[in-house]
Write a protein that binds this ligand. Sequence first.
Ligand SMILES: Nc1ncnc2c1ncn2[C@@H]1O[C@H](COP(=O)(O)OP(=O)(O)OP(=O)(O)O)[C@@H](O)[C@H]1O
Ligand SMILES: [Mg+2]
Length: 85
Amino acid sequence: MGVLLQAEGIGKKFGALAAVDGVSFTVEEGHVHSVIGPNGAGKTTLFNMISGLIHANSGALTFGGQTITTMPAFRRAAIGISRTF
Ligand SMILES: Nc1ncnc2c1ncn2[C@@H]1O[C@H](COP(=O)(O)OP(=O)(O)OP(=O)(O)O)[C@@H](O)[C@H]1O
Ligand SMILES: [Mg+2]
């Protein structure tokens, strides 16, 4: 099975605060991953960037080979990305 989701150096700044800074990873089809880290580490910000609730301001995200970095959330849902709150 191939790579489904890929992040290449994605980051998000809120003003001067770098909530997520240069995160890269791949998720292969059929694999399950967890993200762990202390309060304020940037986990929710990372998931928000993946689901499209907010957009990364650096780096790139691809899903199934398609660039989704600034794709709106409703379009990501249409290609199979969703989240719970
Ligand atoms: N909308 C926002 N505006 C300004 N700063 C924000 C915003 N969202 C998150 N932050 C800041 O970004 C950093 C990462 O926050 P985030 O919520 O992603 O962390 P987290 O790992 O999900 O934390 P927790 O374990 O508490 O849920 C924190 O310093 C937080 O205060
Ligand atoms: Mg959180």
